[in-house]
Design a protein around this ligand. Structure first.
Ligand code: ATP
Ligand code: MG
Length: 238
């Protein structure tokens, strides 16, 4: 059994304790990172290219393991958890990426519902949850389209529906607006705000200073693998 964290910090959903990450080639991507994110937070992870944002995100979904330090997500020790527990972790932590990563030969609805079907939900349950997620992102009418028939913004909304279909506690977005024009970027940001307001904890890595500075949320700034600033209602001077 993986021990739950018994520290009394009831609302803490993500905890990194003294985390460092060296890749096998010697790159030190994270150094001595301490970070606590509470349930309901909206956190921007900023910093220049190579600062370690994506590496930190990979640790949260156990795509990578830290070289040292501890990582807890939703009360679970992500480093020591069994490999068999990883799929369950990834249902509680939805992720969207800059390049959407949709399956090209599957429709929008199939992309969204796929994870539910492979984790043993009934067809009907999967259909209902898929419709709910598509409605949430405003994409119900595109349900039978293929990804290459969608605009970039629609593809990102489909990716968000896929990430949200299992009702995760945490949604992580790694540069979700990186491939989108400014107007479409704002549509995605508004949707992320809505998802956060509905109770999902949000962590978003971005270079986009305009968005960060307009929203005035918590800003965690990484520089060469270290947290150099962590401010509520923060700004980002890129
Ligand atoms: N799989 C890997 N193997 C070796 N080095 C890696 C690997 N992934 C990332 N790195 C290195 O680790 C450092 C941090 O990379 P990371 O991708 O976390 O940065 P980032 O802040 O997400 O950058 P960007 O804004 O460009 O996405 C960089 O020096 C990068 O080259
Ligand atoms: Mg990155």
């Amino acid at each position: 059994m993986v021990a739950a964290r018994a520290n009394g910090r009831g609302n803490e959903l993500i905890t990194l304790d003294d985390v460092s990450k060296h890749y096998p080639n010697g790159t030190e991507a994270l150094r001595d990172v301490d970070l606590r994110i509470e349930s309901g937070d909206f956190v921007f992870l900023v910093g220049s290219s190579g600062a370690g944002k994506s590496t930190l995100i990979r640790l949260l979904i156990r795509d990578e393991l830290p070289s040292s330090g501890r990582v807890w997500v939703d009360g679970q020790d992500v480093v020591r958890m069994r490999r068999s527990a990883v799929p369950k972790l990834r249902r509680r932590v939805g992720v969207v990426f800059q390049d959407f990563k949709l399956l090209p030969r599957r429709t929008v609805a199939e992309n969204v519902g796929f994870a539910l079907l492979v984790t043993g939900h009934s067809d009907e349950e999967a259909r209902e949850e898929t419709e709910r997620a598509l409605s949430l992102v405003g994409l119900a009418e595109r349900r039978d389209h293929f990804p290459d028939q969608l605009s970039g913004g629609e593809q990102q909304r489909a990716a968000m529906a896929r990430a949200l279909v299992s009702r995760p506690k945490i949604l992580i977005a790694d540069e979700p607006t990186g491939n989108l024009d400014p107007v479409t970027s704002w549509e995605i940001i508004k949707l992320l705000i809505r998802v956060n307001e509905l109770g999902t904890t949000l962590v978003m890595a971005t270079h986009n200073a305009e968005i960060v500075n307009a929203l005035r949320r918590r800003v965690v700034h990484l520089d060469r693998g270290m947290v150099v600033r962590d401010e509520r209602e923060g700004l980002y001077a890129a």
